[in-house]
Ligand binder design. Sequence first.
Ligand SMILES: Nc1ncnc2c1ncn2[C@@H]1O[C@H](COP(=O)(O)OP(=O)(O)OP(=O)(O)O)[C@@H](O)[C@H]1O
Length: 300
Amino acid sequence: MRGNNPMQDPVLTIRDLRVAFGPRKRAAQVLHGISMHVRPGEKVALVGESGSGKSVTARLVMGLLQESRDTHASGSIRFDGIEAVQGGAQIAARRGNRVAMIFQDPTSALNPTFKIRGIFRDVIRTKDPKITDAAADAKAEAALAEVQIPDPTRALDSYSFQLSGGMNQRVMIAMALINQPSLLIADEPGTALDVTVQAQTLKLMGDLAASRGTAVMLISHNLGVVREFSDRVYVIYRGNMVEHGRNDQIFGQPQHAYTQALLSAIPKISGGGLPDLPERSPAFEQPLIQHPGCAEPLEA
Ligand SMILES: Nc1ncnc2c1ncn2[C@@H]1O[C@H](COP(=O)(O)OP(=O)(O)OP(=O)(O)O)[C@@H](O)[C@H]1O
């Protein structure tokens, strides 16, 4: 299922999100009023270079930063009809399993002191507290088979450090999707893996999410990855959303100087960084560009 129906209410709507970190008077502004939305079943990418504010956006959606006294957030994050810009853990609890997140380094995201079986049981019980061990294990095995783990029973009896990075990434995908979330946030998934394995796992994640109608918000600094994956793309630069549009628009007719610079860097597989960018370029400070064919307004 491709979630391109502009008539559907978004599952996630972010409006004018601002965040600063640090003691009040000396807080550093990291997000300067960003807006975006994700519709049911849609694959949306948030792309920008390191430090542009992608992970902060994702962590605010998950309610992971709001608890800190040094986080000052304003604007609106509506997920499944619940306002989440304030509230942190409380909000995360109310939302339960409807949003899941997978992280860049799967091996460190899985607790090394528990076998995969135990982690799966805990995750499944957040949605179904009364499920028996046997039923939870059967569910976990089926989920691991779906992500093409060759011997699911053996994987369940392993610790994360006994599995390869690629296997752990697939375990994470299976876990993230097992409770049927309406949104999966994937923060640079597989960046720690080699390029081929990363491409395969992303395709698997996209196909499984699509088959369940789960929307995906993919966070990446790599437009090459994003091109293969997403229906729509948001480009973030230093905490400002500078351009957004459908995949074909962003890759066919990028309007903003920063998007053009990111695109020109695609063939560079390693080495990092953009080519010869000025420290601050007037062209990069232009306001948001919204492609005409990309129907939905960013602001209320
Ligand atoms: N909890 C925090 N407290 C203070 N500053 C933070 C916090 N989290 C992130 N930042 C800062 O906010 C900025 C944006 O960070 P963020 O992790 O969102 O970048 P990113 O675009 O995801 O980059 P990367 O691709 O490297 O993960 C950075 O300057 C970072 O140092």
